[in-house]
Design a protein around this ligand. Structure first.
Ligand code: ADP
Length: 535
């Protein structure tokens, strides 16, 4: 410990602990940070595009996930480095805002860092690089706007939307079945969309999965599916025109708690207590019947005795239904969640045309379908598949497809994919660099080079010679003034992405460029890294 004085003469103590911290300053700090960011991007690079590889990740408790969704890979990777965490955050932001393009955004950021490293080595100050990147990103975003086109579709003509979702799904494991999954996703989004107000509430789409069956059995249910069954096997499996009481309060006879003292010393007393308990519950059941409920869905459980009574009194019930599901059921059926039993009234009941229990295969697994709901807006995508990993990956892929369809409804501008938008931006940014006389022009040019990373990665992952392919496509852009040329990953025979029907939403692509630039600028501005060193 030592005593020191600051510039105003105030004393302060320097603790020895500081010595245990390691510190990187200046260029070293920037280089270390860039290296960390690049290494994360390198992992995702091979996952980009329709021919991208999948990653297998094992969690500490042995759960295995196979995916090629950038956000998921990074989420599950246990990264320790702070800069690497920023990249994880970057992918998450893209996922949160747009839902697609999570791999691309990290690859782009990695490439921007790589280019920045070269400039730093040439002695250009990080702030100048950051400023140059900022200018370039604005040029790129404006250029995207200029090459974007409107994508026309309507509630009756959903084919264009389906095509877009298929592009998203084509790079996923489920690509074999992309057509029907895309159709399901689009129908689901349209069911919850308000096309006039350009508003989509994705919360109303429930994605449920169950192991078993084939991926082809995946279906869209116009209603809600709950992974539960009727509480008693002898209750009806099918209820038409159901009036549903949705309870979050206990639904069973009151139980004496351990802190209550009940002296039962005679058989009569016991019988009275039992009788009272039964009557209490009987009254509850009667109350449900009085308000007109034909089905009770309850967040809490009830014991076998209550269950038996319910069966006897012919009031079907479902127990242990989760909070999120209850909320969805309430929205779909137009009912209200009842938190206190006394508040149950006829108006609070939800209405569904059909509630049925469906069993699967030879298993005892049953699920509850709540269909023909009063508010038909809520829908469920029910995914089937051979194993849990497949179902989880399908869920993630469907999520991406849903987001793409939603983005198109909110804003129907698109740019073409397969790296064509990036190449076009790269050319535009490169040309703009000449108009800037300052040092920034180097950074702007570097930004243009960084944009090439996407088509390069797409070509490399598809087994094409990256540099040769990019050169040919780029010259096509310039010669033919055609901004739709991209990388022909699937060897279709044309690299016109319009013909291949490969496009992405304008807002998604713009967001990728803006987010990646933001993070890279942030990393470049760090010139001091203090970390607790290892003992
Ligand atoms: P992300 O998580 O970033 O969406 P993907 O692995 O889904 O990553 O890859 C998306 C990239 O692949 C986009 O640049 C898209 O344009 C491109 N892409 C998708 N399908 C094709 C295709 N059939 N041909 C060429 N490029 C494609």
């Amino acid at each position: 410990m030592a005593l020191a004085f600051d510039e105003y003469g105030r004393p302060f103590i320097i603790l020895r602990e500081q010595e245990k911290k390691s510190r990187l300053q200046g260029l070293d700090a920037q280089k270390a940070n860039i290296a960390a960011g690049k290494s994360v991007a390198r992992i995702l690079r091979t996952s980009l595009g329709p021919k991208g590889m999948d990653k297998m990740l094992q969690s500490p408790d042995g759960d295995v996930t196979i995916t090629n969704d950038g956000a998921t890979i990074l989420e599950l990777m246990d990264v320790d480095n702070q800069i690497a965490k920023l990249m994880v955050e970057l992918s998450r932001s893209q996922d949160y805002d747009i839902g697609d393009g999570t791999t691309g955004v990290v690859v782009l950021a990695g490439s921007l860092l790589e280019q920045a490293e070269k400039l730093l080595e040439r002695g250009i100050h990080p702030i100048r690089i950051a400023e140059g990147y900022e200018m370039a990103s604005r040029i790129a975003v404006d250029h995207l706007e200029s090459i974007s086109t409107k994508y026309e579709f309507s509630a009756t003509d959903i084919e264009p939307l389906v095509q877009t979702c298929m592009t998203t799904l084509s790079s996923k494991i489920v690509s074999r079945w992309k057509r029907s999954l895309a159709e399901i996703a689009v129908k689901a989004v349209l069911a919850v969309a308000d096309l006039e107000r350009k508003d989509v509430n994705l919360d109303l789409i429930k994605v449920e999965g169950k192991v078993g069956g084939k991926l082809e059995d995946t279906e869209l249910v116009q209603g809600i599916i709950v992974d539960k069954d009727m509480s008693h096997p002898q209750m009806p499996k099918r209820i038409e025109d159901a009036h549903i009481a949705i309870l979050t309060c206990p639904f069973e006879p009151p139980k004496p708690k351990t802190k209550h003292k009940v002296d039962i010393d005679t058989v009569e007393k016991f019988q009275t207590l039992r009788g009272q308990e039964q009557k209490y519950f009987d009254d509850m059941v009667q109350k449900c019947k009085d308000v007109g409920a034909t089905l009770v869905i309850c967040q809490w459980g009830f014991d076998d005795e209550a269950n038996h009574l319910l069966m006897q009194r012919e009031l079907p019930a479902v127990r242990w239904v989760g909070g999120v599901e209850l909320e969805l059921i309430a929205i779909a059926t137009g009912g209200r969640i009842v938190p206190r039993f006394q508040e149950l009234t006829t108006e609070k009941l939800g209405k569904a045309g059909l509630v049925r229990e469906k069993s699967f295969g030879t298993t005892k697994d049953r699920m509850l379908y709540i269909e023909k709901c009063a508010n038909s807006k809520a829908v469920t995508i029910f995914i089937r598949g051979g194993n849990k990993m497949m179902i989880e990956e399908t869920k993630r892929s469907i999520h991406d497809a849903l987001c793409v369809a939603r983005n198109l409804i909110i804003n129907n501008s698109i740019v073409y994919g397969g790296g064509s938008a990036e190449i076009s931006c790269s050319i535009a940014v490169d040309a703009a660099a000449d108009r800037h006389p300052g040092v920034e022009q180097y950074a702007i040019r570097a930004f243009a080079d960084a944009l090439d990373a996407i088509p390069l990665a797409l070509a490399e992952n598809s087994g094409l010679p990256p540099i040769d392919t990019l050169t040919v496509v780029k010259s096509q852009h310039v010669k033919e003034n055609n901004s739709r040329c991209g990388i022909d990953c699937n060897d279709v025979g044309t690299n016109d992405m319009k013909e291949q029907n490969v496009f992405e939403t304008l807002i998604g692509k713009q967001q990728q460029i803006l987010l990646a630039t933001q993070v890279v600028k942030m990393i470049l501005k760090i010139d001091d890294v203090i970390t607790p060193s290892e003992y």
